[in-house]
Design a protein around this ligand. Sequence first.
Ligand code: SF4
Length: 312
Amino acid sequence: MRRPSPPGRNSAAGGRAPRPRDAQPEQLGFEGMPERLFVCTPSKLGAFEDCPRRYRYAYVDRPAPPKGPPWAHNSLGASVHTALKNWYALPVDRRRPEVLPTLLKGTWVREGYRDDEQERAAYRRALGWLEAYVDGLDPADEPVGVERVVAVKTGVLAFNGRTDRIDSRPGEQGSELVIVDYKTGRTGLDADDARGSQALALYAYAAERVFRRPCRRVELHHLPTGTVAGHDHTTDSLARHLSRAEGAARDIMAAEREVADGADPDAAFPTAPGPRCGWCDYRRACPAGAQAPGKEPWAAVERLAEPAAGEG
Ligand code: SF4
């Protein structure tokens, strides 16, 4: 949610996937023994799908290898998310643009910036995004949830995740839920990003069951450009995302079992080197990542100040 996601994670390829099973606490294993569910968040699944070794460093190795320094873009994203959360926590008559500087300053995260000047510029930019964003909101609109955790169990997964916002809007089936995710990275997002986001699809699948109301629309709200990229899921498209998530969960559990049975952890959780290595928290601990040039903690924030491709 808060970090720019490396490109390349899309909806499941291939044919039509089986529909998800109804929520159930556990599934019977091959020999009639109950198998444990894989407890996961979108970040946990995403870490494995991006790079199994990164997953191992973050979730398996104990003690975990030391992470690199904090990223300024994560600080910026967290600050903006918290300001919006606190904006909705205010009574309706206080949800006004004038409160934004206080809200943003109050929970501003300072880590990762190159210097005070860069941090101040980032603060001004973030305040501008927030002012433009709330200008387009109706303060009287009360979301169904703000930073609300939704959870669901399937035959394989015990999924939980924190949504940025869940809206309620009129739809064909009456009042319907919409998953809203705030984005603060440099580049804009399009409908393919919304369609391909496994996290958004799993939030929608879970929210529909938690609230017992239809939830098919997912939206990425890109604050720097003020644009919204949305997608309307179907039962089948949500099932495909869920099936892919369950497949990843099975792969993770199989790799963990192999290690428990004595396999080489490096082989069970291979590296997947690529451009994302420069942004990986575990680059210094990873033999493949150590070959990749690292990014300065403020590099992504510095790029926010540059014109994006195609801009004047
Ligand atoms: S540095 Fe690259 S290969 Fe190593 S764990 Fe991170 S993403 Fe994976």
